[in-house]
Design a protein around this ligand. Sequence first.
Ligand code: CDV
Length: 307
Amino acid sequence: MFLDREASTAKACRLIREAGKNGARVIGLPEGFIPAHPVWFHHHAATSAVANKFSVELFKNSVEIPGPEITALGEAARDANAYVVIGVCEKMPNTIGTMFNTQVYFGPDGRMIGKYRKVHLPGHDDHRPNVPYQHLEKKYFEVGNLGFNVWKMFKDEVRIGQCICNDRRWPETFRVMSLKAAEMVVLGYNTPSDNVYAPHEPPYLRVFHHMLSLQAAAYQNGIWVIATAKAGKEDGFWLHGGSVIVAPTGEIVAKGTTEEDEVISYDCDLGLGEYIRNTTFNFAKHRRPEHYKLISERTGVEIDLAN
Ligand code: CDV
């Protein structure tokens, strides 16, 4: 297991500085970048004991906020003169074993402006001998407790929100941030090409669902969405990659095409979403929250017929 906190911090800082040199003003890096680790546990033969041991190692190598890795990332953001969003595995130093799947947001002055802790944790927390790999996010991490927040970017002119990976599949994620006036959402993700719970699902459909979720979210809220993936083979399994920048029109304007380290960029017109937010998706005019109450009151499906 590649749990090298120092090496992954150094790599992140190098990439941030490079992107800054190339003119990027907003830089996103994937989920769980520091320490580099597989978010799921890819061992066919893994036992609960092995998973527990990994959990301890992951805690040991995780990042404290504030801490030296956060300082180094801030310095890189300052050198790059850019806003930076990056995924880290965050540990609570006073509560052994407690970790969050977190994304940190820095300003061009090197200051950490905010952080987000992943809310929609996928996977399972028990050992399942019959699945091809264990996806143990629910075992390793606590459910995020900071909500979906929005921060200022470019002085007061733009508002940016964050989410992580599986959050992107849930329309509630983006709607909450859009109700707080987000104009751009940046997220990192790690998605295996295979669906551990539905092995019949082909990889092309995985990529399709990823794009579909982001394009719908961008259009239905009139926002820019920037999504950055881990890609390639990790611990014996494929991650589908496919980093994208989606315009508020729902159109993909830049896309990763390889399974290697890759940089994609786009010169975003930050005013583009305004006409969508003022017409079709003018929330103040057209939303009907009195009919949406179930969304916050009910978690699962219950049969509730009107006839
Ligand atoms: N890291 C993730 O959250 N991955 C999930 C998969 C594995 C369900 C995703 O939504 O891509």
